[in-house]
Write a protein of this length. Sequence first.
Length: 137
Amino acid sequence: MSEEYGGAKVVVIGGGTGSFTLLSGLRKYVSDLTALVNMADDGGSTGQLRDELGVLPPGDVRQCLVALSDSPRVRDLFNYRFDDGSLKGHAFGNLFLTALEKMTGSFGEAVQLASQVLNIQGRVIPTTLTDITLCVE
């Protein structure tokens, strides 16, 4: 970690691939890193899990958790996408977060537990724990 930036406190606000890329790079230089994650995603695997199971969207949170993880093997596992069968298109990490939310009854607690499993360096905080949908009129 660079001495020049090691003491900086950095918050990344967003979600998806952009936050994943930014966090993956910053974690090498910043020791106090927080991801404040968008909770309005409703596409792909996340949208299907939201619609079918009534859970909060796990995809953007998963990407931020993975970006801050110290374990390359666990990172690969959480990013693994099934390519056939009824799970086609689902990322393992999305299913894992969904299962934790269902088990604990709390998406916030699910994120904390996943943070421990992934041994993340930093914090991942959902912007809300309420089911929201963004729309434009």
